[in-house]
Design a protein around this ligand. Sequence first.
Ligand code: NAD
Ligand code: TYD
Length: 351
Amino acid sequence: MKKILVTGGAGFIGSAVVRQFINDTPHGVVNVDKLTYSGNLESLETVSDNSRYRFEKADICDIEAISAIFDRHEPDCIMHLAAESHVDRSISGPLEFMQTNILGTYTLLEASRNYWQKLPEGKRNQFRFHHISTDEVYGSLGDQGYFTEDTPYSPNSPYSASKASSDHLVRAWHHTYGLPVVTTNCSNNYGPYHFPEKLIPLMILNALQGKPLPVYGKGENVRDWLFVEDHARALRLVLEKGRIGETYNVGGRCERSNLDVVNSICAILDELFPGKAPHASLIAFVKDRPGHDFRYAIDASKIERELGWLPQETFESGIRKTVEWYIDNPEWVNHVTSGSYRHWVEEHYGK
Ligand code: NAD
Ligand code: TYD
C-alpha cells in the first residue's frame, strides 16, 4: 500500500483520480487543495469518510504549508494536478495562472526535492513526481497531423503558456537534480463533476434550462475528447509503470468539432425530453475566443504500446453518461453555481 499526495484533488480530474484510488486500490490519498472556485469537496463525498483518505487545505505556492504536509504525511509519491485550468479566464486575468501553474509547480518541485533527498534509499528509489499537463502546450494543428511526445512546444494562450512553463520546470528538476519525474499531456476531458464553465457541462446545463448555447465563431474548432475516468486510469498506470523522465500523451482518438459536440448533447436531450425538442434551436453563434486554437489531436500510441492503456468509453457512451449525470445531480450543480457551497467551505475551512 502506498500513500499518494494528490494536488488539486477537489477538482474535476483530481477528484476522479482520488475516487479511483480509494474505490479500486488499497492505496491511501492525501488531497492537497486550496479550494478555489473550481475545487469542490462534494465531488469526494463518496470517499471522504474512508480511513485511507485525508484532506489538507493549502495553497501549493505556500512552501511552509506544503513542506509541513510532506513532513506530516510522508507520501510515497506526488500527483500534481492543482492548476488554474480555464483558457477564457486566463485571457481575462492571467496573473493567477502564472502564480499557481508556474510558481506553484516550482514550489512543489522544491518541497518534493527537499523531501526526496532525505528519504532512505529504498523509498527514494520508489518516489515519483507525476506532473499532469495538457496537449495545449503543443499549440494548434491544421486539418492534418497529430501531437506526439516529440512535437515542439508552441503554446498560444496564457493558460497553455503557463502549463508549458511548468512542464519545462519539471523536466529541469529531473535533468539537474535527478528528481524522478513523469509527465502526461492529455487532451480535453469531459464527464461528471466538471465545473460548468467548460464547453460540455455549460451546454448541458444551459440546454436543460432553455438558455442559449454560446458557440464561439462557427463551431468548427476541433477538440479530442476523453472521458475523465479513462484519463484517471491512464494517470494511475503512468504513475505505476511509466519510465522516469518520460512524457506520455493521453487522448481518446475522438475528434469532434464543437458544433458536433453541442449537436450530440442536443440529440440526447431531445430523446429524453421530446417536449422541449429541438434543443439545437438554442444554439447561438457568438464572438470567437481571441487566439482560438483550431484543432488539438493526440497520437496516443506511446502509452498504448508501452503501458497497454486504452480508453474504455466511446464518445457516444461517455457523453450519454455525462448528460444523465448532470440531470441526476441537480444538488451538486446548484451548489457550485449558487455560491452556497463557497459559504459552506469558508465556514468549515476558513477563507
Ligand atoms: P479544475 O479547475 O477542475 O481543478 C483544479 C483544482 O486545483 C481545484 O480543485 C482547485 O481548487 C485546485 N487549485 C487551484 N489552484 C490551487 C493552488 N494554488 N493550490 C492548491 N490547489 C489549487 O481542473 P481540472 O480540469 O481537474 O484539471 C486538473 C489538471 O489537469 C490541471 O493541471 C490541468 O491543466 C490538467 N488538464 C486538464 C484537462 C481538461 O480537459 N480539464 C486536460 C488536460 C490536462
Ligand atoms: P473549453 O471547454 O474551454 O476547453 P479548451 O479551451 O481548453 O479546449 O472549450 C472547448 C472548446 O469549446 C473550445 O474550442 C472553445 C469552445 N467553447 C465554445 O464554443 N463555447 C463556450 O461557451 C465554451 C466555454 C467553449
